[in-house]
Design a binder for this molecule. Structure first.
Ligand code: SAM
Length: 232
């Protein structure tokens, strides 16, 4: 998958240089380009924002650098619209979910537009395919939301992680992941459940399924209802 990011803070994206995303890039499964929106300005101070029409406090991100950034990427790659998905990070977008991460992981090319200030000029939305929010709160900029979406989608690209690891994750099966333990078997008097030390794989699988269901029912009963509704 090819990922392009348009931002005024390219230096923020160091989390995409470590761990699973780093390995995905090394394996050639993901390529990430980061573009500074200031490179697409035509004014002396490389200003990307301006006052809001209608007045009031707060600046708005100008449309030109964003439109030109997208055009530059398209021309550089000689691609047509249908081969890419342009995503705007915004608190008023569709709430991000594992289902959306799965859908995005199947795309060939994603472009992320990271807003700042009061957000981007509304006309930018005419070239956007999807508006995504990562939660009902307001962050300073779209960079952290872009990284959240990129991380969640990239780990689902075939070959990035073992298939079983992804299938067992919370939100993939309709129930949460089960509780995990590692060595030592007793730590500060806290014991690992006996069944996990038994070597009886059938019993272990049964215990895990039960735990997963129980903690989902307790913590997020709505998820169980969702699965039931989808099946009925
Ligand atoms: C300070 S926010 C703008 C908030 C905007 N004035 C509002 O109230 O909806 C600046 C930028 O951060 C990003 N952002 C902030 N919160 C976000 C969220 N929950 N999900 C996705 N992007 C977000 C967006 O790119 C947004 O344009």
């Amino acid at each position: 998958m090819l990922i392009d990011i348009l931002t005024i803070f390219p230096e923020i994206f160091t989390p995409l240089e470590v761990s699973i995303i780093k390995r995905a890039k090394e394996k050639g499964l993901v390529k990430i380009n980061i573009y500074n929106l200031r490179d697409f300005t035509h004014n002396k101070h490389k200003k990307v924002d301006d006052f809001a029409y209608g007045g009031g406090r707060g600046m708005v991100m100008k449309p030109e650098p964003i439109f030109e950034g997208i055009e530059y990427i398209k021309e550089k790659l000689k691609i047509k619209n249908e081969k890419l998905k342009i995503i705007l990070l915004t608190p008023i977008g569709t709430l991000f979910s594992q289902k959306m991460a799965k859908e995005l992981s199947q795309e060939k090319h994603l472009i992320f537009i990271c807003g700042h200030y009061e957000g981007v000029d509304e006309r930018v939305k005419t070239i956007v395919d999807q508006e995504i929010s990562i939660g009902d709160y307001v962050l300073t900029g779209g960079e952290l939301p872009a990284m959240v979406v990129i991380d969640a989608a990239c780990r689902l690209i075939p070959g990035v992680l073992p298939k079983e690891a992804i299938e067992e994750d919370s939100f993939s099966t309709g129930v949460f992941d089960w509780p995990h333990y590692t060595r030592p078997p007793i730590y500060q008097g806290l014991k690992v459940p006996e069944v996990l030390l038994s070597g009886n794989h059938r019993e272990i699988a049964k215990w895990r399924r039960k735990q997963a269901k129980e903690r989902t029912r307790t913590l997020r009963p709505d998820l169980i209802k969702e699965v039931k509704n989808e099946c009925s």
